[in-house]
Design a protein around this ligand. Structure first.
Ligand SMILES: NC(=O)c1ccc[n+]([C@@H]2O[C@H](COP(=O)([O-])OP(=O)(O)OC[C@H]3O[C@@H](n4cnc5c(N)ncnc54)[C@H](O)[C@@H]3O)[C@@H](O)[C@H]2O)c1
Length: 358
């Protein structure tokens, strides 16, 4: 039997992975205890997605286990043993603002939870491929030291800089920078995932995400900015922009394009490899541009205000360079540009909000 384990299986990336890999594997085992609702309240609950996936896929089996619970996880790994061929580890406390409220919880989920998953993989299915969703926050606020230029609606990097054409690559240092508590717990996990590849010879891949997005994100004010913005646009909820004149730039990758990266990596894995993964120059926007897009697509004027104080450690300009991944996996490419992603988000979220299960 071929089995894939997906942690965070009710979330954006985990849920997309379930959709994709139920078509490729005999069984997909999900692990998600809806901790997102503890982090972000009702907006963040992912229960609706779990119910949707369970109804849709008969070869999807879901466990409410907490990834901090080693003994609970061990039961799952022992049940499926060497039939486990793939682990996608996407469960996390994902917000740097929230992490400062409870650093112990944040570190327990992001760092220790990841170590639990790695160690159980090593002990029970050492031949499996292990994919970890890291983050561009491992680079801390170093991107803010790049030479940036203020344009009418966005910050941009100076045209003569090496990162101008394709964005920030994996050569950027992750050391000597302000990561935020969240960034630091993800660094711990990121390095440990690399180590299980380099030291123990497990096929581990680290994907350092820019903004990961898609219609099935349970967008909340503290996490999932495009999904939350679109939700506000549809429902008329007020939105607050924090700092940088609203010109901060993010690259955005649809979760389906990211999961397709995972599929390419799974078929030809490397040990302890690290990739930046985002929308790159192909799909990115500033906050102000994102608002314009949401207004255009929803046909509604958004209600928003501007607060001078930026989020601590927030990037002013971040665009991922995915050329290393493309070099290793030349047949992969993006399918969703920003407009396609936002159109899909609008239509699906609108539908969900009408039936009120999101
Ligand atoms: N969304 C982004 O913009 C973004 C950007 C960079 C990196 N990432 C990383 O990608 C991964 C997935 O992000 P996402 O946007 O899909 O997040 P998400 O919050 O939508 O999904 C994560 C899921 O994990 C679950 N979870 C959290 N803690 C858990 C625990 N202790 N035990 C079991 N389940 C738990 C949550 O309930 C949630 O359903 C995370 O590792 C995140 O740090 C996300």
């Amino acid at each position: 039997m071929n089995i894939a384990i997906v942690t965070g299986s009710s979330g954006l990336v985990g849920g997309e992975s379930v959709e994709f890999f139920t078509k490729k594997f005999d069984l997909v085992v999900g692990i998600d205890n809806n901790l997102r609702s503890y982090f972000f309240g009702a907006d963040g609950s992912t229960l609706w997605n779990k119910n949707r996936l369970e109804e849709k896929y008969t070869n999807f089996k879901s466990y409410d286990t907490d990834i901090r619970d080693y003994v609970g996880l061990e039961k799952i790994f022992k049940e499926f043993g060497s039939d486990i061929k793939l682990i996608i580890h996407a469960a996390a406390q994902p917000s740097h603002d929230w992490a400062a409220k409870e650093p112990l919880t944040d570190f327990g989920v992001n760092a220790t939870g990841t170590l639990n998953m790695l160690e159980l993989t090593r002990l029970n299915c050492a031949d499996a491929v292990f994919i970890f969703t890291s983050t561009n926050k491992v680079y801390g606020d170093t991107p803010n030291n790049l030479p940036l230029v203020e344009l009418e609606k966005r910050w941009e990097i100076a045209e003569d800089h090496a990162f101008f054409a394709h964005g920030i690559d994996e050569t950027m240092s992750i050391d000597q920078t302000k990561h935020s508590v969240f960034g630091a717990s993800k660094v711990a996990a990121d390095i440990m995932v690399q180590e299980y590849g380099k030291y123990f010879g497990i096929k581990t891949g680290v994907f350092r995400g820019g903004c990961l997005t898609g219609p099935n994100h349970s967008g909340a004010q503290l996490h999932g900015f495009l999904a939350y913005l679109m939700k506000c646009a549809i429902s008329g909820t007020h939105y607050t922009i924090f700092g940088y004149e609203g010109k901060q730039v993010r690259d955005n990758i649809h979760s389906s394009d990211l999961v397709n990266m995972f599929w390419h990596y799974y078929q030809n894995p490397r040990m302890g490899e690290v990739y930046n993964a985002g929308g790159g120059r192909f799909a990115n926007c500033s906050m102000l541009e994102a608002i314009e897009w949401c207004e255009k697509i929803s046909g509604k004027k958004m209600s928003y205000n501007y607060s001078e104080t930026n989020r601590i450690g927030d990037h002013i300009w971040y665009i991922s360079n995915v050329n290393k991944f493309k070099l290793h996996y030349p047949t992969w490419n993006w399918q969703y540009n920003l407009e396609a992603t936002l159109l899909e988000m609008h239509d699906k979220m609108n539908e969900r909000m009408i039936v009120k299960d999101c």
